[in-house]
Design a protein around this ligand. Structure first.
Ligand code: 5GP
Length: 114
């Protein structure tokens, strides 16, 4: 499914969304269907389809996404109790939107998948 434009429109502010952080590399915004009291999506500003497309040239973006996810977790005061960071990839990984994104979830106890 070609649904990557949803996140492109959010980054470009064509869709009204609560953006919690944005810089030249990434954008972080509230998930439309939150699975926890805090559920933020962090995406690269340039299109990367999935984690399969991470390469030598763009891997710095992932480090930045992680760094900002932790900063947001601290700012939203979920870091002490803990949080989950998830990246889904393709069908078996449960990726619905074909645009690389990191989920930051917290504010309640979240069970482990394994
Ligand atoms: P995935 O299953 O692909 O890892 O997660 C996609 C996430 O994007 C889901 O948690 C879903 O709720 C969220 N999402 C889908 N469409 C929109 C939208 O239009 N706006 C926002 N803010 N989140 C969306």
């Amino acid at each position: 499914m070609n649904n990557e434009s949803i996140f492109q429109d959010i980054i470009n502010k064509k869709i009204q969304t609560n953006i919690v952080y944005q810089d030249t590399i990434i954008t972080a915004f509230e998930d439309i269907n939150p699975k926890a009291p805090v559920h933020i999506l962090i995406v690269p500003n340039i299109f990367i389809k999935s984690s399969n497309e991470i390469n030598k040239k763009n891997k710095y973006i992932l480090a930045h996404m992680f760094y900002i996810a932790v900063k947001i977790a601290k700012k939203q005061k979920i870091s002490r109790e803990g949080y989950k960071i998830i990246i889904n990839c393709n069908k078996n990984g449960g990726q619905e939107i074909n645009y690389l994104h990191m989920h930051l979830l917290g504010g309640k106890e979240l069970r482990s998948l394994y």
